[in-house]
Design a protein around this ligand. Sequence first.
Ligand SMILES: [Ca+2]
Ligand SMILES: [Ca+2]
Length: 216
Amino acid sequence: MRRDGAGPIAMLAVLGILMTVGGCGAGASPAQDTPILLVIKSEGARDGFVRSDGFVRVVGNGPAVGDLDAARRGLGLRMFYSFSLREIPADAVILSVTLRVFQEGRLGRPFASLGELRVDHVNPGDSLDPADYAGNTLEANIGSLFREFVLSYASLSVDASVGRDRHEGRVRSWFRLGFPRDSNLDGGNDALLLNDGENSRRSHKLPLLEVIYRRP
Ligand SMILES: [Ca+2]
Ligand SMILES: [Ca+2]
């Protein structure tokens, strides 16, 4: 299964297609325990960014994470992704869940200035609001997605977060991407450019949740 590219997986996500992987040996018919890969793209109408001054944007406008010191010294920016869990069958036995995000570009030196990019498991509810910049956290820092700039996808295992959302009856999983420092107060922007569910960067490298499960 391809892990380092985006094209085929992203296309499957857009089409909402299930794809089987691994499982049976040659000549065998698919068994109940054959792993099934479900690729879910972040919901464009819900994902977006929140700034430390309370500005919220869920449609385009340059998805990114980092600081916007050039606009206003100390202004921070965090990115949110939202994945519907409705396509996962209720009786699915989850084998793994992976968050995949593509780095589209950068402004300044985000990693040297702000640290490594962390992911929080959050619960903003149906939509983003200013309080989500730092609040509504279910678990802070579930892992680091990026430590340096590379024009590629990076992956983070989010099994426990999605398992918790399902167990507690939530219909979507939300993740917040942010640096440990809001800003390095240098007057220059230091930000990592990302894509969103609307494909605002036009790269078709969509933020994805890859769920591998089997039927009971
Ligand atoms: Ca959006
Ligand atoms: Ca800066």
